[in-house]
Design a protein around this ligand. Structure first.
Ligand SMILES: Nc1ncnc2c1ncn2[C@@H]1O[C@H](COP(=O)(O)OP(=O)(O)OP(=O)(O)O)[C@@H](O)[C@H]1O
Length: 284
């Protein structure tokens, strides 16, 4: 009563306002929620999780990491601290061990809520970085050694193959006349026959022309050969060569044919051999 008159309040005045109890609730400025929030943090940077709440009486806040009280987990860890009435959980430097589910346990006499956030740390930790570098180095060393071993093997095989080829060529050229006998098959006998070097013609004296025909392993070309039988002018010849120059079996068959023709000598009724070029056989 003022000056003898009653004043009436226009608002609904609640005399028990300060006694009214309100269950805790999360304020929107928080970065935790009741459904869980995903927080992605870069490694080695500082970060905080905020859990701003209201309620009456003033709620008490405790924090949990993966279900365990952080006071116990981060005891004696000065990288982790709480501020603003426990509403903010601070991390000085983020490392992989801080990844997990953080629950903000909010309680007063009226209610209890547990908003939470899942913290994901992005980037490689020092240990992972070391493991990655070591693994990468080991892989590089193994691959490098493997390549070196492979190259050495290939080279060795090449040398062996080359030696064998040289030996084979020597036998093909020289034959094995001392072992020649009529008991051997025609093919064996042909192999034992020697090549006659007087038939050899230099490659530069041969000019290849069009193809005349082909058989199973060889093809026959028209060719001009200079210096045959002491003649200065080129002689027109039929020249037989391998169809597939790197096919060893074909090469062998051609050499046998050549040796047999040398052995038979000239005859009116057979195609006569005028010459041969064999010096590049090892190159196919
Ligand atoms: N002296 C030649 N003059 C003209 N053409 C020839 C001569 N020799 C071969 N030819 C042609 O080339 C073809 C193949 O001859 P080649 O001697 O290679 O026959 P082949 O002995 O049946 O074959 P292969 O020895 O490969 O089994 C012949 O069918 C013929 O058309």
């Amino acid at each position: 009563m003022i000056n003898g008159k009653y004043l009436t309040f226009m608002t609904t005045f609640n005399p028990f306002f300060f006694l009214e109890k309100i269950a805790p609730r999360v304020l929107s400025s928080s970065n935790v929620s009741l459904e869980g929030t995903e927080i992605r943090v870069k490694l080695n940077l500082p970060f905080s999780i905020a859990c701003y709440v209201e309620g009456r009486p003033k709620p008490k806040i405790t924090w949990l990491k993966d279900g365990e009280n952080i006071d116990e987990i981060f005891e004696n860890n000065d990288e982790v601290s709480l501020s603003d009435d426990n509403q903010i959980l601070n991390f000085k430097v983020v490392t992989k061990k801080y990844e997990g589910k953080y629950e903000c346990n909010v309680k007063n006499r009226v209610g209890h809520i547990k908003p939470f956030a899942n913290v994901i740390i992005e980037g490689l930790s020092d240990t992972n970085l070391v493991i990655t570098i070591v693994s990468f180095t080991i892989i590089v060393i193994i691959s490098f050694s493997f390549v070196i071993i492979l190259v050495i093997r290939i080279k060795k095989n090449k040398i062996i193959r080359n030696d064998m080829l040289q030996l084979e060529l020597f036998l093909l050229r020289e034959g094995n006349v001392s072992k020649l006998n009529k008991e051997c098959t025609i093919e064996e006998q042909a192999e034992m026959l020697p090549y006659d070097n007087s038939f050899e013609i230099e490659r530069e004296n041969i000019t290849l022309g069009k193809q005349l025909g082909a058989g199973a392993f060889g093809k026959v070309l028209l060719a001009q050969v200079k210096g045959l039988n002491g003649k200065e002018s080129p002689t027109r010849v039929a020249l037989k060569m391998c169809k597939y120059e790197y096919d060893k079996a074909h090469l062998r068959a051609l050499i046998m044919e050549l040796k047999i023709m040398i052995h038979l000598g000239k005859h009116l009724n057979i195609v006569n051999l005028l010459g041969a070029h064999t010096s590049n056989i090892d190159k196919g």
